[in-house]
Write a protein that binds this ligand. Structure first.
Ligand code: ZN
Length: 507
């Protein structure tokens, strides 16, 4: 432990991946080359000031006059199971960096919580345990997570301070990063002594936003109420990540108090009980793409956002699903009524580039990456625009100010519907991808997009209505439709009549 007379030094590293294990079956495992990989001193230049755990760590360290030794950060768009050697490489980069930095006063890890590598279904627990073994029992370890993590005992045992983000869309990564550092500093100074309790719930709901009107907003309100009690440091919850065939994917409530284990148990159990009692509110009821499109076309005013829940690249899907796009085309809307972003099809983008702007081509669009994606759209397409796929996310959106590079992109027009085609899968966060291709999306009746909830930050307030549609897909809200070879728990709503302990402590 440090004394207060010399500046503290923290080591920082991370691996961020939300693993949809079902995507591996159709799109393969995720190799190292799919990861953005940042080493040492290049990290602050990339992340300082951004809405990312590391942005918060940098700010927090600065605020407390602490030194931050950056080791390695690897992150990739959600996708299939991580290749074993890719995970091993990244883990080793972090461990070697920390070892070189020793002695340190604390370790800050930036993790997701739902990372699965080939042979290791809890990479966060595995990495945290290895870091713990390296630094010993007395150096605090703090982690800011994505709330879509599946909390495990291994994660909890190895880490002193675990803070999942609270908001979905995740507009508070930065804030949680800063909080992690604040708490770690207090811990080192002896001002707090974290006592943590985790309650996992025997349920596996689909993933739901925390915006007003959704049930997680009410869970958050209860957590905030308990957090106001004297002695409670943090009360929050992991929503769980259902698209992973692992032993126990489920939500978990985590409460951290200042040296009061009984209070931590009471608060965590109270929130877990509330979620359990309201589990029926987590049952999805979405229209089909056809129903959603008909409803949107009949709306008195636009724009209406229709989001395709079942093929959400933010949940690790290939992004080339055609269910919503087909429903839009089948509805034969008037020209300039509908714009859609985006469908992932690098081959079609290449064909469009070959034909050039102003040309027409016969396309077989999407539906190529596995049996969950629907059949390809066979059609005549007009090439309206081709771009480099580089843009900056707009103010107010979840990744405000963050640069994206989706590879070569094009705007095709098929039967009057404007379709943005990308060279890689990515969800849509705001109207910028449309603007990049000359579309004023705010003037369209229907803005159709792929995504579950993150888009809400960038669209809410700018549109009249949001209609979520669901279909077959690798991120369908119909969680019970996935095979579960590795599951070792009985979970609502996968199994009927889940009884016994409503929740169990992970500690
Ligand atoms: Zn998330």
């Amino acid at each position: 432990m440090s004394t207060t007379d010399k500046p503290m030094r923290f080591a920082m590293g991370g691996i961020i991946h939300e693993t949809n294990t079902y995507a591996a079956e159709v799109a393969g495992q995720t190799p190292l080359t799919s990861f953005e990989q940042y080493y040492g001193d290049e990290i602050p230049g990339i992340f300082a000031g951004s809405n990312h755990q590391v942005g918060g760590y940098i700010e927090g360290a600065q605020k407390h006059g602490a030194g931050l030794i950056h080791t390695f950060l690897g992150q990739a768009t959600p996708s299939g199971t991580i290749e074993a050697n890719a995970y091993a490489h990244m883990k080793q980069a972090i461990l070697a960096g920390i070892e070189q930095a020793l002695p340190v006063d604390g370790v800050l890890l930036a993790l997701h919580g739902a990372g699965v590598a080939d042979g290791i279904e809890d990479i966060e627990g595995d990495l945290a345990a290895a870091v713990r073994a390296l630094v010993g029992p007395h150096v605090p370890i703090a982690v800011a997570y994505d709330l879509h993590g599946n909390m495990t005992e291994q994660m909890q045992r190895a880490v002193d301070i675990s803070l999942p983000c609270i908001l979905y869309p995740h507009t508070d990564f930065y804030d949680r990063g800063v909080e992690c550092v604040d708490l770690m500093v207090k811990m080192i100074k002896g001002e707090v002594k974290p006592a943590t309790h985790v309650c996992t719930l025997p349920m596996l709901p689909y993933i739901v936003a925390t915006n007003e009107g959704f049930v997680p907003a009410r869970v958050n309100a209860l957590c905030a109420q308990l957090e106001a009690l004297p002695g409670v440091i943090d009360c929050s919850w992991f929503h769980g990540f259902p698209y992973a065939d692992i032993a126990s994917p489920c939500p978990a409530v985590i409460c951290t108090t200042n040296g009061d284990p009984a209070l931590a148990v009471r608060c965590a159990e109270q929130v877990a009980q509330w979620i359990w009692d309201h589990r029926e509110d987590f049952r999805p009821q979405f229209p089909s793409p056809e129903e959603g499109v008909a409803h949107a076309l009949a709306a008195s005013a636009g724009p209406v956002v229709i989001n395709e829940y079942a093929d959400n690249p933010g949940g690790g899907t290939p992004g080339d699903g055609t269910y919503l796009l087909r429903a839009l085309l089948d509805a034969a809307p008037a020209p300039d009524t509908v714009c859609f972003a985006s469908i992932n099809d690098a081959e079609v983008v290449r064909q469009a580039i070959a034909v050039g702007v102003g040309g027409t081509l016969r396309v077989s669009l999407g539906g190529k990456l596995g049996r969950f994606q629907g059949a390809p759209i066979e059609a005549e397409a007009y090439v309206k625009a081709i771009t480099d796929g580089r843009f900056v996310n707009r103010p107010g959106s979840m990744f405000e100010g963050v640069r994206f590079d989706l590879g070569a992109m094009c705007r095709l027009v098929i039967n009057g519907v404007d379709i943005i085609v990308t060279s890689r899968a990515e969800q849509i966060y705001d109207m910028e991808p449309f603007a990049l291709h000359g579309i004023d999306a705010g003037r369209r009746k229907i803005i159709a997009l792929k995504g579950a909830n993150h888009f809400r930050a960038g669209f809410q307030g700018l549109v009249q209505q949001i209609i979520t549609v669901d279909s077959v897909g690798l991120s369908t809200a119909n969680i019970a439709s996935f095979p579960r070879d590795h599951l070792r728990s009985t979970l609502w709503p996968l199994h009927e009549g889940v009884v016994g302990a409503l929740y169990k402590a992970a500690s």
